[in-house]
Design a binder for this molecule. Structure first.
Ligand code: ATP
Ligand code: MG
Length: 458
């Protein structure tokens, strides 16, 4: 059962009872035929990506997609909305996400209990089970998309954010465990980020954790006074999550807590040792951090995080691990699996602003009906040859069109007037150099058929 009711559901309920006019217009008293529209704003904690910011997003998406493909990963996309029990079962009832962060609602049209996905793994695993994706053997998957968590918005913490997600279904590791970390290390390099560190841990298997759990509970019971309410609540439901606490007195007790690695038996120990050896062979630096834990029973063995200190206190930009028990937990066949979720907004905070990835090759200025027709044909021909060309729209003088050409960032302005149309030529004016800096180039008159080659020469 989910705790409720959620405040956002209440708001949605109120809104649903209001007549549509009240939602659309601020004033019912307005007697004119054109009611004043209500000022609408984005939902708190949900951000727009404006054109000026999108180059960073495209750079990120282009980089991770290319690298993931280099390692043989294939793209997969699951819906944003899933049945609520999927997340309760996969993420776990006694977690921050399920306890207080999920956007859950009832579909008014059919009463279904639905949730906006708070992470990508659950939907991908559900889809993999439904499609019997591992029928012919293991698969490597990557996915990109929006996720939703009702958190208090602050820098690096939003209510809608994006994740880059990688999942390996049907591999029991530790080779593939090392592979996804090696791949992520390459992604950092290609993004130009050098201040994230990798922390790894092993959670062992269910039996080893059960033994550890008893030791841990005994340790906390001997230090009950130091535990805050949340830790006390978790003591018997999810004691390993207490190791993650940010409360000072609990951190102190954690300093002397037993170490899960000491409870590992031979197989789990060997898995973890080999993982470390593979990372060393690949020159991927890491630290063992026994404080990295996961709440749910189906998590096992490898757990890892990439952390940065760039913003003062440590910030996790990417977290992942092995979850060999999840497929069965969700009604599928036993399938070993490992994956991670990377918070894209947090990674973008670490990237310098970028200018447009692929600036326009040309901006086409034209005046007169004949020139408009010729411009349309020329633009399409240039695009056929792979060039990026914006054709001026909306009329205006040559002068104002040239201002637009300048503002567009295009490398060339192409100018078509009556004279050029009559002669079958185009006036070509260089506007920017290869670095995108404005230049004062000489205008040249070129035959229409030679424009593409001229633009390519730069
Ligand atoms: P945190 O401890 O910061 O709350 P988390 O343990 O909830 O993180 P995960 O569930 O592992 O995070 O999600 C994977 C990644 O998604 C995180 O490492 C982080 O980069 C990012 N992330 C998590 N919550 C948010 C959020 N509210 N806004 C932006 N990014 C987030
Ligand atoms: Mg969180």
């Amino acid at each position: 059962m989910l705790p409720g009711p959620y405040p956002q559901n209440l708001r949605a309920d109120l809104a649903a009872q209001m007549p549509v006019e009240t939602l659309l217009h601020s004033s019912m008293e307005n007697t004119s035929n054109a009611p004043t529209p209500m000022k609408l704003q984005a939902v708190r904690g949900m951000n727009d990506v404006l054109p000026a910011d999108s180059a960073k997003w495209e750079f990120f998406e282009e980089t991770v997609t290319r690298v993931a493909r280099q390692y043989g990963y294939r793209n997969m996309r699951a819906p944003i909305v899933e049945h609520t029990p999927l997340f309760v079962r996969s993420i776990g009832e006694v977690t921050d996400i399920v306890e207080k962060e999920m956007y859950s609602f009832e579909d008014k049209l059919n009463g279904e209990k639905l949730t906006l996905r708070p992470e990508l793994t659950a939907g991908l695993v559900r889809a993999a089970i439904e499609a019997n994706l591992t029928y012919n053997g293991p698969v490597r998957i990557y996915s990109l998309g929006e996720v939703f968590r009702h958190e208090r918005p602050q820098k690096g913490r939003y209510r809608q954010f994006n994740q880059f997600d990688v999942e390996c279904f049907g591999f029991d590791g530790p080779d593939v465990d090392a592979e996804i970390m090696i791949m992520t290390a390459r992604i950092w390099r290609e993004l130009g980020i050098d201040d994230v560190r990798l922390e790894i841990n092993s959670l062992g298997n269910a039996d080893e954790r059960a033994a550890y759990r008893q030791k841990l509970i005994a340790h906390y019971e001997a230090h009950l006074d130091a535990l805050d309410d949340e830790a006390k609540r978790r003591l018997h439901t999810n004691p390993m999550r207490i190791l993650d606490s940010k409360v000072a007195s609990v951190i102190e007790v954690n300093g002397t807590a037993p170490n899960l690695l000491d409870s590992l038996q031979d197989d789990s120990r060997a898995h973890f040792e080999t993982l470390q050896q593979l990372l060393r062979e690949a020159n991927v630096l890491f630290e063992v951090n026994p404080r990295i834990v996961r709440g749910m029973d189906y998590y096992n063995r490898t757990a890892f995080e990439f952390v940065t200190e760039r913003f003062g206190s440590p910030l996790t930009v990417c977290g992942g691990g092995r979850y060999d028990g999840l497929f069965e937990q969700l009604g599928g066949k036993s399938t070993p699996a490992i994956g991670f979720g990377m918070g894209i907004e947090r990674v973008l905070m670490m990237l310098a602003d970028r200018s447009n990835l692929a600036p326009l090759d040309a901006y086409l200025v034209h005046a007169g009906d004949a020139a408009r027709v010729a411009a349309g044909k020329l633009a399409e021909t240039l695009r056929d040859s792979g060039l990026a060309v914006a054709q001026h729209a909306g009329g205006g003088s040559f002068k104002s069109q040239m201002k637009r050409a300048d503002a567009s960032g295009a490398r060339f302005a192409l100018i078509l007037g009556d004279n050029e149309v009559a002669a079958g030529t185009v006036a070509v004016k260089p506007m920017r150099n290869a670095a995108g800096e404005p230049i004062q180039g000489e205008q040249a008159i070129i035959m229409g058929s030679a424009v593409a080659a001229h633009l390519r020469r730069g």
